[in-house]
Write a protein that binds this ligand. Structure first.
Ligand code: ZN
Length: 690
């Protein structure tokens, strides 16, 4: 049976989820949770939650799914240790440091690859397996046929089936970090996407980055048939009523029974639901915001929803044996459906004055299972004639034996994992290069015209123009820059083969899946910012995967970068428009048939974010309004082996000027204003993120 995985942002939501019939829950601790603004659970509450869940046979996953800084590694290790020793059933995580911690300290602990890892292809699945994950939470943008394909591979898949959709592919959204220093990858997304903004010009107020909530409940049978292991409900920030309603609806839908879709929409939606991604149909239909009517509808349905979780969900049958014999303490034995057994005893029975105890009177008390997780199966009676025991004592015995059985069930479902403390940073470290090299990434071939390749160590060109680039430029200086998302990995590999044949042997990988492609086709592996590498331990993990160097996350501050313990050379995003979002919906076209749209998204303050629509690859990038420019600040960085300059709309003249500015030909007295045209920013390197 596919798991019904409920979001629990608070102990109240946990109770609602359990009573509504979930079979697994996910929750965050006080730190490292991607929902830092949910109530979240203290260590003690996690222990309690594990007991409450396990007694019902429900699994508990803890999210440790933020990217980590070096300063947090020890604290994170302690959190992992707590999970291992408490018997948490698995950790949902995105930071590769976690895979290192688990490998070294507690290899038997189960880990799941968070949707933040952007796993969306067969190679991505294989890489997550290799890293030690037993399950991947797939990107939300996938259609049914890809979900089916991925679910037939090496490890389990977990699929979001209900709840909010982000505009950006998860793990690739930097909007909140870049515009407000609140990093979505660190659990502090400020949800700027839900505010008014325009990608299409008309008079009214628009919300062109806000998607409706998803619901796949009407397609749940086909998803179950597709081999998905876990159905995930989004919503750790939402109320217990929402959790109960979503869990109950999902469980009914899975059984093929009708559920109340209207109530489900009323309790929380954004102008109704969409299943656009599942059907592979993006566009206008998917956009929506939370409206006044949505909010009003919620209050009306709460009382009815409370009924869903007023009573305990029956998790198991229970069978009793009741023994009442003279001169011996009364005994009650109980057994659940899984064969767990418990036994309790009471006082020695008295001789009956008038009414003796019989099977009937005993059963009346034994069947009062009210607020337990058990339903009455059968009872056997071994009752000697003429003895008396008060109904209240039978009640008491029943309560005791149920509690004891609860405890035994809890233990039987709890698997504690041994944790051995190990150092995380005991790998060989490299020295920083004397002078940082310059690398560039271009968008168009013309940008390479006449550039001085002696100033450039490596030049990344997009996959679709790489073969052409190799015809006109020195192939040993070129690297193929991988698309950041794909719906057709097979085709992508064919294109890559042609690139290899054309003489390019370096790859700038933008997600984990590309590690596999590089290995298979013999490319030298360089990892790009999309890996979100924010600590030394994660750097070591990508080194072990075969990377020769890495661009670290631009969410790091200069001083954090300087303090990294480097197992391999590192570079930074040093010039260009920082990407804010990677999205499968084009905010400009909002319709099928979108082709290389040009334009921008304008927010409510008037800032314009250019949209780079590459529908050929199946995705769109929304870029920062300002260009990152550091040529006049390179002396404030330490420990950097190369600067990565990302060019988008620059002319080849500008490209040349910017390269020479970074190559040390920058004249402090006569700054090259042309290189700094318009508004510039130093990104997050000095202000950092929370
Ligand atoms: Zn478009």
């Amino acid at each position: 049976m596919t798991e019904i995985l409920a979001p629990c942002g608070s102990p109240e939501a946990l109770t609602a989820a359990l009573r509504a019939g979930c079979t697994a829950v996910y929750l965050g601790g006080e730190s490292f949770s991607a929902r830092q603004n949910a109530v979240n659970f203290t260590d003690g509450e996690i222990e309690k939650a594990v007991a409450e869940c396990h007694r019902r046979g429900v699994k508990v996953y803890r999210t440790i799914n933020t990217v980590l800084f070096d300063s947090q590694l020890e604290q994170c290790k302690a959190a992992v240790r707590h999970c291992a020793e408490t018997g948490v059933d698995g950790i949902i995580t995105q930071d590769l440091a976690l895979t290192e911690i688990v490998k070294k300290c507690c290899p038997d602990l189960t880990i799941h690859a968070s949707t933040q890892m952007t796993v969306h292809t067969a190679d991505g699945m294989e890489m997550t397996e290799r890293l030690g994950f037993s399950r991947a939470v797939l990107s939300r943008e996938l259609p049914l046929d890809i979900i089916r394909e991925l679910s037939s591979l090496c490890i389990e898949t977990e699929v979001f089936v209900h709840g909010a959709l982000c505009m950006s592919v998860s793990g690739q959204c930097y909007m909140s970090a870049v515009i407000g220093s609140r990093s979505a990858n660190r659990g502090l997304c400020a949800q700027a996407c839900r505010l008014p903004c325009k990608a299409v010009n008309d008079a009214g107020e628009r919300f062109d980055l806000s998607l409706k909530d998803m619901s796949y409940l009407d397609s749940i049978k086909s998803l179950a048939d597709a081999g998905v292991s876990s159905f995930k409900i989004e919503g750790r920030m939402k109320r217990p009523e929402y959790v109960a309603s979503a869990v109950r609806s999902l469980s009914l839908a899975l059984e093929g029974r009708p559920y109340d879709r209207q109530t489900l929409a009323d309790v929380f939606s954004r102008s109704g639901f969409t299943d656009g991604y599942l059907r592979g149909k993006t566009g206008r239909e998917m956009f929506g915001i939370r409206q006044k009517e949505d909010v009003k509808a919620a209050a009306k349905v709460f009382p009815a929803i409370h009924d869903i979780y007023r009573r305990e969900e029956k998790r198991s049958g229970i069978s009793f044996r009741f023994c009442l014999q003279s001169g011996k303490p009364v005994r009650l034995y109980a057994e659940d459906d899984q064969g767990n057994r418990a036994e309790v005893s009471g006082s020695i029975p008295e001789t009956a004055q008038n009414k003796a105890c019989c099977a009937e009177t005993a059963e009346k008390q034994l069947s009062k299972l009210g607020d337990t997780i058990y339903s009455f199966n059968t009872a056997e009676y071994d009752i000697e004639d003429g003895l008396f025991i008060s109904p209240s004592e039978i009640n008491d015995l029943r309560r005791q034996v149920c509690r004891k059985l609860d405890g035994i069930r809890t233990e039987s479902y709890t698997r504690r994992v041994k944790f051995t403390d190990c150092g995380l940073l005991d790998f060989p470290k490299i020295k920083t290069a004397e002078a940082a090299k310059i690398r560039i990434a271009v968008s168009r071939l013309e940008q390479l015209d006449g550039i001085d390749f002696s100033l450039v160590e490596l030049c990344a060109v997009p996959l679709d123009i790489a073969v052409k680039a190799a015809e006109s430029f020195p192939a040993d200086k070129l690297a193929v820059s991988m698309p950041r998302f794909t719906f057709d990995e097979k085709l992508q590999k064919e294109r890559l083969k042609a690139v290899k044949k054309a003489g390019i042997s370096a790859m700038l990988a933008t997600n984990l899946a590309h590690v596999r492609a590089a290995e298979e086709l013999g490319f030298e592996l360089h990892t790009d910012f999309g890996f979100n590498l924010t600590n030394s331990c994660a750097l070591n993990a990508v080194k072990k995967l075969g990377a020769v160097d890495s661009v670290v996350s631009f969410e790091l501050k200069a001083q954090q970068i300087a303090a990294l313990k480097k197992p391999l050379p590192i570079g930074i995003f040093a010039y260009g428009r920082l990407p804010l979002m990677l999205t499968v919906n084009c905010p400009i076209a909002q319709a099928a048939g979108c082709r290389k749209c040009t334009g921008c998204v304008t927010d409510r303050t008037g800032r314009k974010f250019p949209v780079k629509c590459s529908r050929k690859e199946g995705y769109v990038e929304i870029m920062n309004s300002e260009k990152l420019y550091l040529a006049d600040k390179t002396d404030r960085f330490r420990g950097i082996d190369f600067y990565m300059l990302y060019f988008s709309d620059e002319s080849c003249g500008e490209v040349k000027r910017i390269i020479s500015a970074y190559a040390g030909q920058y004249n402090k007295d006569k700054p090259d204003r042309s290189a700094r045209d318009g508004n510039i920013t130093a990104g997050l390197y000095f202000r950092g993120v929370m």
